[in-house]
Design a protein around this ligand. Sequence first.
Ligand SMILES: C[S@@+](CC[C@H](N)C(=O)[O-])C[C@H]1O[C@@H](n2cnc3c(N)ncnc32)[C@H](O)[C@@H]1O
Length: 184
Amino acid sequence: MAGSDRQRWDSRHAAVSVGEPMPPSALLGRADVLPSPGRALDVACGRGAVAVWLALRGFVVDAVDVSATGLAGGAELAERHGVGERIRWVRADLDGGLPAGRDPDGGYDVVVCQRFREPALYPPLAAALRPGGLLAVTVLSEVGDEGGRFRAAPGELLAAFGDLDVLDHVEGDGEASLLARRTP
Ligand SMILES: C[S@@+](CC[C@H](N)C(=O)[O-])C[C@H]1O[C@@H](n2cnc3c(N)ncnc32)[C@H](O)[C@@H]1O
């Protein structure tokens, strides 16, 4: 990623106040499928709302983003909710793939990637799951929108993650979400 893009994300994160813990969009109304607490990965975590939500449910979370400002906001939110020690904030440019050394115990019980679309990351996201692990992905979609290079083509998530056990897939209103489990 170019330095100017990183600065743009820093500025965007600096312009909004620290939010509140939030479940990943793909899990809304499906909290029943959340596995027992273990390890979780939040990819392009922004200001950490999802990472903190997972930590509050007992997960030990690796939260990755390129923006130091976003990560600092996440760390502040985590401290405010008393789960600072449960989250490792990792500054990394995902253009180079998932950061190395992220899964010392052999994978994650939950992997979340929302509102960040990088098709080259789809295989590593699936590979980062432990058997039985849950994947929650939400991206901008061409479906119900005018299209554009940042949006997923129709069926993109199903094509990318069809080898997993797909629990939910929704496309419309310019957004696509997929909830899937790696076969135990
Ligand atoms: C739209 S925000 C989504 C944040 C969060 N996942 C959420 O749902 O609120 C996209 C995030 O991707 C991060 N990002 C963009 N390009 C990135 C890259 N190449 N590597 C790592 N993070 C990146 C930005 O800093 C930003 O936090």
